[in-house]
Design a protein. Structure first.
Length: 307
């Protein structure tokens, strides 16, 4: 029953009561006065109840609408928060990958600082962003992150493969903090004084100093060779083999995998030698070559070697 129906019905009842009250008032004035007052009170109460019911119903509908709006807004916020978490995780992955590439590429310190915020700017005017615009922006950012991640992953793979290739090139020195005492090629023989062909280069060393592999490879020989004394040879692949001679002790066996910078022997003066040193040879495709051309080819992508 609507408010208008209630009001019209009340008016009809009131008209009937007034007619009766007029008749009774003529007969009984006191009773008519009491009836009039009672009818007015009843009418006011009826109208007040109808108004209250209508207002309460309207308020209930508004509260339900507000609650539904809040639920919808919270769902949107939760969805945006989840997407933001995904983008943040992707950003962290890209930062970690960028830092790894910076180390591999030996880029200068501070050249790529992934913890420093990027400077941005712009001019107005500025307006409120709509929900569709926000969704589109986050989707675009996610696509950019994905593309950047794929590109950096490919670059990492290329740099890693290049690192492996460079680590297989004999570009390091076989003993740390030393110097060359005899070069490659023709020289006066230290024993007879006549002309001799020196197949490698000699590095100053003390007995017991660690002899280091100059590149990654597999030990292909570990034993004694005539004139060389205790010898260890490492096959680096791609046609490269290195030989380390006159050692006091060999610390690696045939078949062992060695990394660049790892110890393979102890320096000494075995074989045809006048004193403690490291005789170092490089063989390329079964032909001995001057090691000097490799010593300056330190890998520009050299990573930390853990022995």
């Amino acid at each position: 029953m609507t408010y208008s129906t209630i009001l019209n019905k009340t008016r009809v009842q009131l008209s009937s009561l007034l007619q009766r009250a007029g008749y009774w008032g003529a007969q009984r004035p006191a009773l008519a006065m009491a009836l009039l007052l009672g009818t007015g009170t009843a009418l006011g109460a009826g109208v007040t109840l109808a108004d209250n019911a209508m207002l309460r119903s309207k308020a209930d509908r508004q509260e339900a609408l507000i609650a539904a709006t809040r639920r919808d807004a919270q769902r949107e916020i939760n969805a945006l928060a989840a997407r933001m978490g995904e983008l943040q995780a992707e950003a962290n992955r890209l930062n970690a990958l960028g830092e790894r590439l910076t180390r591999i590429g030996q880029l200068q310190d501070g050249e790529f600082d992934f913890d420093k915020p990027v400077g941005v700017g712009g001019v107005g005017p500025v307006r409120d962003m709509t929900k569709p615009e926000l969704d589109e922006g986050m989707a675009t950012l996610g696509a950019q992150f994905k593309a950047s991640g794929e590109q950096l992953s490919v670059l990492e793979s290329l740099l890693f493969n290049r690192q492996l290739d460079m680590n297989a090139v004999p570009g390091r020195e076989p003993i740390a903090n030393s110097y060359i005492t005899s070069g490659f090629g023709g020289r006066a023989d230290p024993f007879s004084g006549g002309h001799a062909n020196h197949k490698g280069i000699d590095f100053k060393a003390n007995v017991g100093d660690p002899v280091l592999a100059v590149a990654d490879g597999v030990v292909s020989y570990s034993g004694v060779r005539s004139g060389y004394g205790n010898v260890i040879e490492v096959d680096h692949g791609n046609g490269y083999v290195t030989r380390y001679a006159h050692n006091s002790r060999l610390t690696r066996k045939v078949g062992e995998l060695v990394r660049a910078g790892q110890e393979i022997a102890k320096a000494g003066s075995t074989g045809r030698s006048t004193g403690a040193h490291v005789h170092f040879e490089v063989w390329e495709n079964n032909r001995v070559v001057n090691p000097r051309k490799f010593l300056s080819q330190q890998s520009p992508l050299k990573m930390e070697i853990k022995g």
